[in-house]
Design a binder for this molecule. Structure first.
Ligand code: SF4
Length: 174
């Protein structure tokens, strides 16, 4: 087993001190850097950095970045949810490492949608119904996979279908 143990650090967002969500770091007791290209292939990471290595992907509705000695997860309900996701990741990392002879390692991220292409299909009224301050911020959240079309209630009709078709070209699912 590559990853055997870790220490959880749970904290509130400094930029949104009133927010309900917590964030989590799992400080890893073993170095998982060599497993990251295999994990990238297995989980379809959308960003892969080589030096130092890290892979970022969306899973279970969260943005997750795995570094050699640390995992970062955003927007969690509570510590229980953090523990469940880190345990799941531990299994994924160990599975990817144990099956590395059958996995083609990937050193790059999958293509991502362009913020501007998303923005031009949004209503651009900055109405905030999506919980974001502007349509531009919402577009950035969609591009990174943290929000979806259904989170913008005013987006209907042809523009909604256009955005669905555009995003359908990318793998943004959980
Ligand atoms: S709900 Fe839609 S239209 Fe309103 S701010 Fe968010 S992205 Fe823009």
């Amino acid at each position: 087993m590559l990853l055997e143990s870790y220490r959880l650090e749970i904290f509130n967002s400094e930029c949104m001190p009133g927010a309900m969500a917590v964030h989590c770091f799992a400080h890893l007791d073993q170095d998982v850097g060599e497993a990251l290209p295999y994990l990238n292939t297995a989980l379809g990471g959308f960003e892969y950095l080589q030096n130092p290595p890290s892979v970022t992907f969306k899973a279970q509705g969260k943005l997750i970045t795995v570094h050699s000695r640390k995992i970062a997860i955003n927007a969690l309900k509570d510590e229980d949810e953090a523990r469940k996701i880190v345990e799941w990741l531990k299994r994924e990392i160990n599975d990817a490492w144990e099956n590395r002879e059958r996995i083609v390692p990937s050193f790059k991220g999958a293509p991502r949608p362009q913020l501007i292409e998303i923005l031009k299909r949004l209503p651009k009224t900055n109405c905030r119904e999506c919980g974001e301050p502007t349509c531009m911020v919402f577009a950035a959240r969609v591009a990174e996979g943290a929000k979806g079309i259904e989170d913008c209630p005013p987006l209907t009709g042809e523009k909604r279908r256009e955005l669905e078709a555009y995003l359908g070209r990318f793998n943004l699912s959980d």
